[in-house]
Design a binder for this molecule. Structure first.
Ligand code: OSB
Ligand code: MG
Length: 368
């Protein structure tokens, strides 16, 4: 393929409910949507998972646009590409900025799957026809609200419940949940809000038979994660710390994580995500697919990736209707009884709803 045109759109979609993490509350999902068109008119889509503000990692919607416009798009336009794995190599001289890189790489994978007449899932080597999904719940204003919400999600069939925690809002809500739901898989995600000195909190959480604790400590401190893991039996799962296969290898080798959350954007794209999956499989480290409150395109990529066999734990990618009144794909991603069907049609397997895309677009630019 040879990409002759790329369109970047800035999107704004209202979330059905505000989402609160240890860093703050999001009311809208603001993101970049990328459309790439090749010389034969085949169209591929990519979605940036960078947020408006750099609270999750250092990338933002604007830094992604800057990187795409100044460095990444010029490397891709009018170049012959035979396989999406080549994109990682084309970006090799550009440091970091994984989410920006992943935005283009995802679109190239979509085009590649279409041109080879297969679903994105199959193109990646995925075999599963259904994937299990859990749900990630933001911090609630009261424990009784949380318990009630979890009750409805369990009735919806979600395969595990993830709860966001922050200092002062951790042991009490988790203990209440465990008392009310003794047998369901529950986990906590701290989004880096703690330090090793907070060990007392983790020793209490360790008594609640949690499935895992996700990213308790700073993103750049896998050494402290290894110390923490030695002191608790609940598995630690790393999210923000993992940007590459190399990060994964080091974390696993020093015992900083027993489970890895793979996010396509955070690791620079599907090619690297697949490498991490394969490595973890050889080390018998389970992986699951994290979420970034994606709209339809990012959600479709997550579904395809999760069809790989070592995604043995339920991911965070719920159906479109958990997040938005109306998504930008048709049909929307549907979770029924905690499972999503992996589409078998060519490419990402969902059509783009161009009317919806236009409705949510607040700015755009075309590159040729
Ligand atoms: O840490 O996994 C996270 C949402 C935004 C930013 C970071 C995270 C999350 C979630 C929600 O946990 C995942 C989802 O439902 O898409
Ligand atoms: Mg997380």
């Amino acid at each position: 393929m040879n990409i002759k045109e790329i369109v970047i759109r800035r999107m704004k979609m209202k979330l059905k409910a505000p989402f609160t993490t240890s860093f703050g509350t999001m009311e809208n999902k603001d993101f970049l949507l990328l459309e790439a068109i090749d010389e034969q008119g085949v169209v591929g889509w990519g979605e940036s998972v960078a947020f408006l503000a750099p609270w999750y990692n250092e990338e933002t919607l604007q830094t992604n646009w800057h990187m795409l416009e100044e460095f990444l798009i010029p490397q891709i336009l009018h170049q012959e590409i035979t396989h999406p794995d080549e994109v990682t190599k084309m970006f090799q001289t550009i440091k970091q900025n994984q989410m920006a890189k992943s935005t283009i790489e995802g679109a190239i994978w979509d085009i590649y799957a279409q041109k080879t007449n297969q679903s994105l899932a199959r193109a990646l080597g995925g075999e599963k026809e259904h994937i299990d999904v859990g749900i990630s719940i933001g911090i609630q204003s009261s424990t009784s609200d949380l318990v009630q919400l979890v009750d409805t999600y369990i009735k919806d069939g979600f395969k595990r419940i993830k709860v966001k925690i922050k200092p002062g809002n951790d042991i009490e809500p988790l203990r209440a949940l465990r008392e009310r739901f003794p047998d369901i898989p529950i986990m906590a995600d701290a989004n880096s809000a703690y330090r090793l000195e907070d060990i007392a909190v983790f020793q209490e959480l360790d008594k609640l038979d949690l499935m895992m604790i996700e990213q308790p400590l700073a993103s750049d401190d896998i050494i402290d994660h290894a110390s923490l893991q030695k002191q608790i039996t609940t598995p630690i799962c790393l999210d923000e710390s993992i940007h590459s296969l190399e990060d994964t290898r080091k974390a696993v080798e020093i015992g900083a994580a027993k489970i890895i959350n793979i996010k396509i954007g955070r690791v620079g794209g599907l090619t690297e995500a697949k490498k991490i999956h394969d490595y973890c499989q050889t080390k018998e480290i389970p992986v699951w697919c994290g979420g970034m409150l994606e709209a339809g395109v990012g959600r479709a990529h997550n579904v395809a990736l999760t069809s790989l066999v070592n995604f043995t734990m339920p991911g965070d990618t719920a159906g479109s209707n958990r997040y938005f009144e109306k998504d930008i794909i048709s049909p929307e991603v549907v979770a029924r009884n905690g499972t999503i069907e992996v589409p078998q049609t060519s490419g990402i397997g969902y059509d783009i709803d161009r009317e919806a895309v236009q409705q949510y677009t607040t700015d755009y630019k075309v590159y040729r």
